[in-house]
Design a protein around this ligand. Structure first.
Ligand code: SF4
Length: 456
């Protein structure tokens, strides 16, 4: 902790001494760096008392300390846990110019308790400092692609704010997301040697944290349609909405992190059925799941960081990402089935067979839309779940022979994966058109592994 041991604020939960602050000690950064070196640190976290007596809130000493540690210990990471600097962006800039690896700031408590336990602090001000971010950080600029190459900048995205405090904000009434989950299960033994289990689960996720582009509302787009040419078996030609961004809105992006009250909860429901039967030398195992999800995917696409309701993605910053955004989610496999059996021969020889089937993952095919003001864009052509991406089916076998050697047990194991060399894994074509399913990913072919396991 730098900037002395006396704080100018009086948080009710904090044992740090309060009162008139000490003069700033400009030798402190050097001593902190020496201490980090003596401790052999590879990563240091620096915090401070509040210094409301100083115009920069002590930001200069944070910057000097970051630099001193870097000079003294090559490669040492530095995180700074800074005060709110009374909302001074200039003070924050001073710290960020020293390029800490991590910038952190504690809100400490909920807004309701601020007046009681965080005297001198304001919740909204802390959020503002967090949202201000790093003006020197690279701001992602999105440019239109034209026939002449890279065209005008059409949008700007964080994390850099370019020094514009209005660029990003955090809603002071932001609520954390919540999940309600209900699980119920039962197990029964209908006959000797047989167990059957059934479980059901329901989940509901709400209060998702969303990113809104408040600087570029829907009125900043003109709406038109595009013909999506699908195979006749799949509905033939359909019209899809397309949002064309008006050039007058270019560069006006402003982002707000908030809970979008209009968003419906994401839901998950599923059942798991499993069991085993042991009769004589045979053991049979079986398991099957069936599930269905529904929610708003954060981004276009179907990977975990795209078709997931828990991320703050592009769904409310780009209306073309919002079309058909509600559907089945990445983790949805609809059905899985697993059947296995083991036969125990005499003399410690076992043979096992397992068959597995996993249904495809849902995704939405897309249509590419050229010649928009913002450049080439794309829209979902199907809601996620109307098309399924890939599926897997395999048969595997294990042959095992066990020996006893003193107090140890030795097992010789032969595993044979994908016994029948199946190659059913297919992908559905991501971009719509007459082609639909073709093999793009091949299941791992037959493979044999030999191993020895020694159990002491
Ligand atoms: S500002 Fe920080 S150091 Fe000062 S009293 Fe509050 S919690 Fe303690």
């Amino acid at each position: 902790m730098i900037l002395g041991n006396v704080c100018t604020r009086r948080c009710g939960f904090c044992a740090v001494q309060k009162g008139g602050p000490l003069p700033v000690d400009y030798d402190e950064p050097r001593r902190v760096a020496e201490a980090c070196a003596a401790l052999g640190l590879k990563f240091a976290v620096i915090t401070s008392v509040n210094r409301d007596d100083r115009k920069d809130g002590g930001a200069e000493l944070f910057a000097l300390t970051i630099r001193a540690i870097r000079e003294r210990i090559q490669g040492c990471g530095v995180e700074v846990l800074v005060p709110d600097f009374q909302g001074s962006h200039a003070a924050m800039d001073l710290v960020l110019e020293a390029a800490p690896d991590i910038l952190n700031h504690n809100t400490e408590t909920v807004p309701r308790l601020y007046r009681q336990v965080r005297l001198g602090a304001r919740y909204e001000r802390s959020l503002d400092m967090l949202a201000y971010g790093d003006p020197a950080a690279p701001a992602g600029t999105v440019s239109a692609w034209t026939s002449q190459g890279v065209g005008p900048i059409v949008a700007r995205v964080g994390p850099g704010t370019g020094g514009n405090p209005a660029f990003s904000a955090i809603d002071p009434s932001l609520n954390r997301p919540t999940t309600d989950e209900f699980t119920v299960g039962a197990e029964t033994r209908p006959m000797p040697g047989m167990r059957v289990r059934l479980a059901g689960v329901m989940k509901r996720q709400q209060n998702r944290i969303d990113l809104l582009n408040t600087g570029v509302p829907l009125s900043s787009y003109s709406l038109s349609t595009i013909v999506d040419g699908r195979p006749a078996s799949d509905g033939g030609n359909v019209l899809l909405p397309v949002y064309n961004r008006l050039p007058s809105s270019f560069g006006r992006d402003q982002y707000l992190l908030t809970n979008n009250a209009s968003e419906e909860a994401a839901t998950f429901s599923g059942v798991v059925f499993s069991g085993d039967i042991a009769t004589g030398p045979w053991t049979f195992l079986f398991g099957a799941t069936a599930s269905q999800t529904e929610g708003l995917g954060a981004n276009r696409g179907f990977h975990a960081d795209e078709n997931d309701p828990g991320l703050a993605g592009e769904v409310f910053t780009d209306p073309n990402a919002n079309t058909d955004a509600r559907g089945r989610l990445f983790f949805d496999r609809a059905f899985t089935i697993k059947l296995a059996s083991v036969y125990r021969f005499a003399h410690g020889v076992n043979i096992g067979l397992i068959a597995r089937y996993q249904d495809g993952q849902p995704f939405s095919r897309v249509t590419v839309v050229p010649d928009l003001n913002q450049g080439t864009d794309f829209v979902r052509a199907y809601p996620a779940g109307d098309a399924r991406f890939s599926f897997t089916g395999t048969f595997d076998m294990r042959l095992q022979k066990g020996f006893s050697a003193g107090r140890a047990r030795i097992d010789a194991i032969l595993d044979w994966f994908n016994l029948f060399n199946l190659g059913y894994e297919v992908e559905e074509r991501v971009v719509t058109g007459p082609e639909f399913r073709y093999i793009t990913a091949i299941q791992p072919p037959t493979a044999v592994h030999l191993g020895v396991r020694v159990t002491f």
